[in-house]
Design a protein around this ligand. Sequence first.
Ligand code: ZN
Length: 239
Amino acid sequence: MTEELARVLAASKRIVFFGGAGVSTESGIPDFRSGDGLYQRGGARYAPEEILSHSFFVRHPEEFFDYYRTNLLHPNARPNPAHLALARLEAAGRLTAVITQNIDGLHQAAGSKRVLELHGSVHRNRCQRCGRGFGLDAILRSSGLPRCDCGGIIKPEVVLYEEALDPDVLDAALSHLAAADTLVVGGTSLVVYPAAGLVREFRGRNLVLINREPTGYDDLATLVVREPIGAAFGAAVPG
Ligand code: ZN
């Protein structure tokens, strides 16, 4: 199947990659939705979707940052062969954009330039009072509530539940999809908003799905690859 993938990629001129959590699990970053993922504190138990919501952030910022630092920050994670292959495709002028639901910055670490981060990034953080921007270090170095010199709380520019996606990022993703000849979807079962809707916008020739589990879109795909994404891409796009 990687021969098929290699053939499709070699014949494409405007590839767009759309990736989910499965792209990063091979770099050792667990999907926070997997496992039981429950968070217990002060006798209360919370689901990840509750902790990572805007209203929880406002009401319980200490608990939010406790969970966030432990479960969403992986500063030692490194790009895997999938990230590196996508960066090579872009450098070769055959891939126009990576659209990702991940917030870990590993595509940029691999060398990708046009990365559309639908859910934001742990590498961008902003003081809620004065608007000053901070890197990941400001969150890693602090304990409890990360605070700016002005006293304001520094909030990660990660899209929380109940928060809207950045319309500019969404528009850019749609433009790239509309102009793509090949869409490769990897590491997502395509059930999380807005992934499914984005795939429906694609009008190009080849829809390739790389996922270990079946998805609801397998019937629409021109090629389905059931292999680990790093192995599939590493073989299809030799370095
Ligand atoms: Zn400030």
